[in-house]
Design a protein around this ligand. Structure first.
Ligand code: AMO
Length: 433
């Protein structure tokens, strides 16, 4: 239906006939001259119809079209210093494809501000705003680069089930569903399945996946449906091997996003490219740094939201870095599958970015006896994990991996809240659209 997007109209096309499709962004009537601004995915173009030069029927069509209607314009490209891009279309034909009701539920021009709920309730229209669309163009580029990079590095894309029989990340935050005559759950992560893949011989896998978490958080960094890149790799010496893959992946993703010049300028944002290797600090030294700032965390506890934020500031101040690993967490605070380093410490890590955890991972236990003991220690029933434990009894290599939250990475990249960077976010209060 179209020959060009608005952004492809350049002075090289002067006097040529083009076909454009999009939405009526604005309309102006100056009597003898009528203007339409057509908006499409790539930008805007002015359509100028002059009395005398345009037949009367078409002028009437322009008068009758409501804002946000879908139109097709056939017209000639003309240079005009006064037009927004120095170019305009003189229409030969305007087809009203589908009209929009008015009043609009949301002002796409952004002149009338709307609160987050109104915007999310009308997300289809919110996404018509170039600013909002830019967030999702960057999101798409981020995920594509992750896939491409991991493919280049020999990782095989896997696909784990999203309907599962037992918890992988602790029992408290599962969404139960009915599965015929049995109870089942929505997957909190592909954790057990990506580990099981390590026993198959396909020893480097990843998945771009969805986590379902029934957490009752109501914050700017938590959702109940989350996107992530999950990865698992075998024949590792320790968690450092995994961290080296994660840091390169994240740097590649950030680099790709920082190249989205058009979108970043629309959003008025700047992205700093991190340098490798990413700074590593232990959990113990993170606690010391926080104590220096009068933030006390008892050894063994998770670093809370306030602590995470403060740590982000300290890392910037002291180490001039926005991104950092926190390593060697207390074993107590990590899930049952995490490899112990000694009795108290685990071979695990989190990746912090501007004061928010964007990824966590570890070396895993590959010895079935130790694994069963850890399941028992966590008061879980090994019988519920038989399908998983079985893989460890017939030749399981040492392995490890991580989960990288895509929503978290993007929100931190663009300094936005998590709801802004997800098409149709799911939180405690939101189940539609
Ligand atoms: P974890 O539970 O730490 O680890 O999740 C990994 C990453 O996923 C993101 N994330 C979330 N983002 C927004 N809202 C939430 N409710 C939420 N929950 C998690 C975060 C987090 O760092 N199986 C392990 C990973 C592994 O060891 O491979 C896991 O799921 O960015």
């Amino acid at each position: 239906m179209r020959t060009h997007y608005s952004a492809n109209i350049t002075s090289k096309l002067e006097d040529e006939i083009v076909l454009l499709c999009g939405w009526v962004h604005e309309k102006r009537n100056l009597g003898k001259v009528k203007f339409l601004v057509l908006r499409d995915r790539e930008g805007f173009i002015q359509v100028t119809a002059k009395k005398g030069a345009t037949d009367d029927e078409m002028l009437e069509v322009i008068d009758s079209i409501s804002k946000e209607s879908v139109i097709q314009v056939k017209g000639r490209v003309k240079l005009n210093q006064k037009a927004p891009n120095g170019l305009e279309i003189n229409p030969e034909k305007i087809v009203l494809i589908n009209s929009s009701e008015s009043p609009l539920p949301l002002d796409v021009t952004g002149k009338v501000p709307a609160d987050t709920d109104t915007r999310l309730n009308n997300r289809f229209m919110d996404l018509r705003k170039p600013k909002i669309a830019s967030i999702f163009k960057i999101r798409s580029i981020l995920i594509n680069r992750a896939r491409e990079y991991l493919g280049e590095k020999g990782f095989i894309e896997m696909c784990s089930p999203k309907i599962i029989a037992s918890a992988s990340e602790g029992g408290t935050d599962l969404f139960p569903i009915s599965y015929f005559d049995r109870e089942a759950f929505l997957a909190q992560s592909p954790q057990l399945y990506k580990q099981m893949m390590m026993a198959t011989g396909l020893d480097k896998v990843y998945e771009t996946t969805t986590y379902f978490r029934a957490e009752e958080h109501d914050t700017r960094r938590h959702l109940n449906e989350v996107s992530a890149v999950d990865l698992e790799m075998a024949f590792i010496e320790d968690e450092e091997d995994v961290m080296r893959v994660l840091e390169k992946l994240v740097c590649e993703m950030i680099k790709e996003a920082s190249g989205c010049e058009k979108e970043l300028s629309i959003l008025d944002k700047k992205i700093n490219n991190p340098t490798l290797p990413i700074k590593r600090i232990t959990y113990d030294s993170a606690l010391d740094l926080l104590a220096e700032k009068n933030k006390k965390i008892t050894w063994g506890e998770d670093i809370d939201t306030e602590g995470e934020k403060l740590l982000g500031e300290v890392m910037q101040e002291k180490h001039n870095t926005e991104i950092y690993f926190i390593t060697k967490y207390p074993l107590e605070s990590k899930p049952f599958y995490t490899m112990p380093d000694d009795k108290k410490i685990s071979r695990s890590f989190d990746l912090g970015y501007k004061g928010v955890e964007i990824s966590s991972g570890s070396q895993r236990i590959h010895d079935p006896v130790l694994l069963k003991a850890r399941i028992n220690y966590h008061n879980l029933n090994p019988d519920n994990f038989e399908y998983y434990l079985k893989c460890f009894r017939y030749g399981m290599p040492p392995h490890g991996g991580f989960g990288l939250g895509i929503d978290r990475l993007l929100m931190q990249l663009l300094d936005l809240s998590i709801r802004e960077v997800v098409y149709f976010p799911r939180d405690r209060h939101r189940l539609t659209p």
